[in-house]
Design a protein around this ligand. Structure first.
Ligand SMILES: [Zn+2]
Length: 273
């Protein structure tokens, strides 16, 4: 599943190229997760003003509103001139005078949704509950700390829920909790200030590095958690997928536990809080 770093890498790959493009045609394939929400013809003639990201959504601002794009489980976007005719898994083409933006999505959990503006109900429904952006200056330690203080949830599912901070998917959650020395089952409100500070820093560091690595660690998906062989063997991974293997820091065997439907990996010695 594409995670926040891969979506950000996708954004950077064509944000400059598409800014200023004039929409000439729209072609829809099979239904996606949500309907487009407008007559495709109404987009023709609009200009794409820019491309932003919020959580795992890409927001293409146009002269007539915005398009919210989501990659779902298996989606990918290309923006190029001279694309071949749409294939069986290509479900959205935005043809512009600077190239065609194409959503390829075999499983069709992705979507392209039109909203007249960000305050429209359809946009609020998708974006309204999203937490802070981890790579933005708005991700403040104080707000993060007070959000944790208000929750009696175990910290890992709280991070995964994305209502406090977005982008901390299952692999990243295991890793940042290891770096901060926090047990995945720790009650959020009881985590001490120093560990919260380390967690805040780890979230920024790990996600920034993932973007800098070009999202390549998450490009090929080998299982439901979006894990790749490359990522798994990477020295950057301390706990995820390493149950039974020795902790890089203390040598203890990494443990696996289930929280809800998700796998959590941790070091019993390094993550005692
Ligand atoms: Zn350890």
């Amino acid at each position: 599943m594409p995670e926040l770093p891969e979506v950000e890498v996708t954004r950077r790959s064509f944000a400059d190229a598409i800014a200023g493009a004039r929409i000439q045609a729209v072609a829809l394939g099979k239904p996606l997760r949500w309907p487009l929400g407008c007559d495709p013809m109404s987009l023709v003639g609009q200009q794409v003003l820019g491309l932003r990201r919020r959580g795992k959504y890409l927001l293409a601002d146009t002269s007539g509103g915005l398009l919210l794009l989501h990659l779902g489980m298996s989606g990918s976007l290309r923006f190029s001139h001279g694309l071949p005719p749409a294939g069986v898994h290509d479900h959205f083409d935005l043809v512009t005078d600077r190239g065609t933006l194409r959503l390829h999505d075999p499983r069709r959990f992705g979507a392209v949704v039109y909203a007249p503006d960000e305050q429209a109900p359809v946009a609020l429904k998708l974006l309204g509950a999203l937490g802070m952006e981890p790579l933005s200056d708005s991700f403040s330690l104080a707000t993060f700390q007070s959000g944790l203080k208000k929750s009696r949830m175990p910290i890992k599912p709280l991070l995964l829920a994305g209502r406090l901070v977005v982008g901390v998917g299952n692999i990243y959650a295991s890793e940042v909790l290891f770096l901060a020395g926090i047990r995945p089952t720790a009650v959020a409100s009881r985590v001490g200030a120093e560990r919260v500070r380390r967690l805040h820093e780890a979230i920024r560091t790990v996600l920034t590095r993932a973007v800098q690595m070009g999202g390549s660690t998450l490009r090929n998906f080998s299982n439901a958690d979006g894990m790749t062989g490359h990522f798994q063997s990477s020295a950057h991974v301390h706990v995820y997928g390493r149950d039974g293997a020795p902790c890089h820091s203390c040598g203890s065997a990494i443990r696996l536990l289930r929280q809800g439907q998700r796998s959590s990996y941790f070091c019993p010695l390094c993550q005692r809080a």
